[in-house]
Structure formats: structure tokens, C-alpha cells
Design a protein. Structure first.
Length: 124
């Protein structure tokens, strides 16, 4: 996948790939603009022929993809070792889902340690 900018993607017209690809609606572009600050660095972004935006990460450990559409999103993390995590849902729930997804992305593809939600705070 060749990385583009959201401005590049917004400028695409129908049939941008010569095979009938749909342009990406402005509402998807705006949803993505709001999400980019929440994403882990190292991604590539590209239009998908069905009129959605894909954000992908790839490391030696595996790959991950997030697709943002008009009303729904889908995402997966696939480790080369065989583990796959998937999620999908309404776009208006994506910001909440992204926080957990970015943690899992760090753990599964970048070897980070998952935060311990049960850790006790130090009493001072």
C-alpha cells in the first residue's frame, strides 16, 4: 500500500483507479481527520476502491488494518505467529474502540507490555 494524505484522498474522483473505484465521501475524510491524532505512529493511509479509507501498520511481527466507512468501521491485528484480533462496529463508537485497539497493536506488533489495569497506586 502506498501512503497518501487525507487531502490526496479527498481530491480523488470516481474511477480514480481506472477500474470504477468510488471517491471517498467528505464525511469519511473528516472522521479520519479526527482519528489521526489517536493513532499509533508508523501507519500508512490509502483509499480503498469501495470508497472507504484504510490505515495500515506492518512490522516484523505482523500487520494491522483499520477501515473507516460512512457508518461502520472494521479492524484487525494479525500476528505472523497466527493470532488475529478483529473488531467492527458503528463509526460513532470508533474512538472508544481505538483506545483498546492501539494498546493491543502495541502489545502484539511492537512488543510492548500491556498496561496493568489492576495495578495499585502508591499511597503517599
Amino acid at each position: 500500500m502506498t501512503s497518501a494524505t487525507l487531502d490526496d484522498i479527498a481530491a480523488l474522483q470516481d474511477n480514480w483507479d481506472g477500474y470504477g473505484a468510488s471517491s471517498v465521501p467528505s464525511s469519511i475524510i473528516e472522521s479520519c481527520r479526527a482519528l489521526l491524532p489517536l493513532l499509533r505512529a508508523g501507519y500508512e493511509i490509502a483509499p480503498v476502491p469501495n470508497g472507504v479509507v484504510a490505515v495500515e501498520w506492518e512490522t516484523e511481527a505482523g500487520r494491522a488494518c483499520l477501515e473507516v466507512g460512512l457508518t461502520r468501521y472494521s479492524m484487525y491485528i494479525k500476528r505472523d505467529a497466527g493470532y488475529t484480533m478483529t473488531s467492527s462496529g458503528p463509526v460513532d463508537h470508533l474512538k472508544v474502540a481505538l483506545s483498546r485497539y492501539m494498546v493491543q497493536l502495541g502489545v502484539l506488533l511492537y512488543g510492548e507490555t500491556e498496561p496493568d489495569d489492576d495495578a495499585e497506586e502508591d499511597d503517599e
